[in-house]
Design a protein around this ligand. Structure first.
Ligand SMILES: NC(=O)c1ccc[n+]([C@@H]2O[C@H](COP(=O)([O-])OP(=O)(O)OC[C@H]3O[C@@H](n4cnc5c(N)ncnc54)[C@H](O)[C@@H]3O)[C@@H](O)[C@H]2O)c1
Length: 328
């Protein structure tokens, strides 16, 4: 993690061909390189059409194996550009600059890249096509956070809450921060300390298990249902993860009441106004059945046991349906 003042960013990426999220460019272009591609940000760019557009640009520029690419934007743009960097000429160097809270605390770290895949009937599967391609460097300019609206801040808190449940130190920091402050758009030192702690935590996990075969899997807390909700309803990532955490402990969990309350107090703030309808679990299950974590046709979940302690469990679709009936 390299922390930079936004004024210095251009100098650090001057030798990179840069792809920038449009919302970021619109607000911060005075600090960004002029020679760049600007792409609209958001989940809808994570598809093969965007891959084709980007590769077309690289070919037009005569890009070869030694050329390098920088991505400046939210998690969606970083996932897309990282994926292109991983497949162009079997992989070129890339660096990333996260500009949302989600991308700072999570997606910029660890080299997972991905696009989504939509079937002809319109059902979309999250991150079905992807690769591991670790960025050479990740530059953090906290100034970017100042232009996020409240819903993007809430999204980031979905991932922060997940990380807090997996790490006692971050749990304590989040506790001190207070649940009401989670929806503030002002950026304070305490929030920056929480971001840095999340980055350190994820880096430690990645060092031990980059390829997601052991402990990295625990970072999927809330993600089995979360990704299902995101695919089925198209709501934002972080909010779906927050709802996923809440539903997963209700369906599968065996945790102390005070932890349940702690989670619910926070996820209900983050999800307010989003899931105010009966969730069609069959629709969500269709997406969950294509989850990359599934093995032998079984759904795979990370189940929280205590703060900082989780385990993996596998259950059948039918068992999940039965447990769902008990909570609705
Ligand atoms: N690769 C990983 O390990 C990993 C981890 C977590 C999430 N993700 C992925 O990240 C994506 C979610 O990321 P996200 O929450 O950043 O969403 P996003 O990239 O869709 O960005 C959300 C919105 O914020 C805008 N935006 C970005 N920066 C801004 C800024 N500074 N000011 C104003 N607007 C800004 C974007 O244009 C977009 O409209 C999902 O696709 C998810 O799957 C990947």
């Amino acid at each position: 993690m390299i922390e930079l003042k936004i004024e210095n960013l251009k100098a650090f990426i001057k030798n990179y061909f840069t792809v920038i999220d449009k919302n970021v460019y619109d607000k911060w272009h005075m600090f960004l390189p002029e020679n760049c591609i600007v792409m609209s940000g958001g989940e809808s760019i994570k598809n093969f059409d965007s891959v084709k557009i980007l590769i077309g640009e690289l070919v037009k520029k005569g890009f070869n194996k030694n050329d390098r690419i920088a991505a400046i934007g939210g998690g969606a743009l970083l996932d897309l550009v990282g994926f292109v960097a991983s497949i162009y000429m079997r992989g070129i160097e890339w660096v990333n600059v996260p500009t949302t809270l989600v991308s700072m605390v999570d997606s910029s770290i660890g080299g997972k890249t991905a696009i989504n895949f939509s079937k002809e009937d319109g059902i979309s599967f999250k991150n079905l096509v992807g690769s591991f391609h670790v960025p050479k460097k990740t530059f953090f300019c906290f100034k970017f956070l100042e232009s996020l609206n409240q819903s993007e801040i809430k999204n980031g808190w979905g991932e922060i809450i997940k990380t807090a449940l997996l790490d006692r130190n971050i749990f304590d920091l989040v506790n001190v921060f207070g649940k009401k402050n989670m929806i503030q758009t002002s950026v304070c030192e305490q929030l920056i300390d929480i971001i840095k702690a999340c980055v350190r935590f994820k880096n430690e996990i990645i060092k031990k298990d980059l390829l997601d075969t052991e402990i990295r899997k625990f970072l999927n807390l809330g993600h089995t249902i979360g990704h299902g909700l995101e695919s089925a309803y198209g709501f934002s990532h972080g909010v779906c993860i927050a709802k996923g955490i809440e539903l997963e402990y209700k369906i599968l969990g065996d945790i102390k009441k005070d932890i349940k309350n702690w989670i619910y107090d926070r996820t209900s703030i983050l999800c307010e106004g989003v899931f105010e309808f009966g969730i069609d679990i069959e629709r969500v299950l269709t997406a969950m059945m294509m989850d990359k974590k599934n093995e032998d046709g079984l759904l795979n979940f990370v189940v929280l046991k205590d703060i900082g302690a989780a385990e993996m469990i596998k259950i059948t679709r039918e068992e999940f349906q039965n447990r769902w009936k008990n909570i609705v």
